[in-house]
Design a protein around this ligand. Structure first.
Ligand SMILES: [Zn+2]
Length: 245
């Protein structure tokens, strides 16, 4: 299993999990479909589905293209309604905290607090090749405690650090609300750190209030058992296999 990153910012989010047999799970549909196709080496027929966190354009703008290509798109119920209004396309709504099989991937969505007006999902994704992956983006914090699950991989938003925020910028509080600070992300990582943890991928860093090198360094300091740490950027590929060879 490998993870590929196509985009991880407010200008567009798109990731792919590609199993050893070639099966693909798309995460988010916020980058041009043509670029997504390139990322997956044009293996459209191998994509079992696309899971979307919420309705904002940087996560969902291109769902229509996915659906036109026969890829089922999974969202929350409120996201389904919103996206149907915006795009005219009807996604498949899946209830929170219920496990769903998408191809050989087992996916469990759960609600995260992002914007009071809309629903946003985090996902627990399981696969025999990679074990358990927690995917969390566009959230202020995570209300659920996954620490007993001893997850193998974490993709978590680390959007901003308060020291880097320009407080003179109008509406800065509004812009940051509903996004995870580095401080909160590190607490979350610390709580879920365990000897089985292999990868931590920091996602959705702010262009202005994030600092990839600093965030990477702070996360490496936080990790106790030696997991790999990455900052998601276009072109990043991460080995997600449980088996080291
Ligand atoms: Zn959003």
């Amino acid at each position: 299993m490998k993870l590929r990153v196509l985009g991880s910012s407010s200008s567009g989010n798109s990731y792919a999990l590609i199993s050893d047999s070639g099966e693909i799970l798309a995460i988010e549909a916020g980058v041009k479909f043509m670029d997504f196709k390139k990322m997956i080496d044009w293996k459209i027929a191998n994509v079992s589905g696309c899971i979307v966190s919420h309705e904002h354009g940087d996560h969902a703008r291109y769902i229509k293209d996915f659906m036109k290509s026969g890829i089922p798109v999974y969202t929350a119920f409120e996201t389904q309604t919103a996206l149907e209004t915006i795009t005219g396309e009807r996604t498949i709504a899946i209830p929170p905290r219920r496990t769903r099989q998408i191809g050989s991937f087992t996916v469990t969505p759960f609600n995260v607090p992002h914007d009071t007006e809309i629903e946003c999902y985090g996902y627990l994704i399981e696969h025999e090749e990679m074990g358990k992956l927690l995917f969390l983006t566009d959230l202020e914090y995570c209300r659920y405690d996954f620490s007993n699950m001893k997850v193998e991989h974490i993709m978590v938003e680390a959007n901003y650090s308060m020291d880097l925020v320009d407080r003179n910028e109008p509406n800065y509080e509004h812009r940051l609300r509903g996004h995870m600070s580095l401080y909160t992300a590190l607490k979350f990582i610390q709580k879920n750190d365990n000897p089985a943890l292999r990868n931590v991928v920091l996602i959705h860093l702010s262009d202005t209030s994030g600092d990839p090198a600093l965030f990477l360094q702070r996360t490496k300091k936080t990790i106790k058992y030696g997991a790999n740490v990455y900052v998601a950027e276009k072109g990043l590929e991460v080995d997600m296999n449980l088996c080291p060879f």
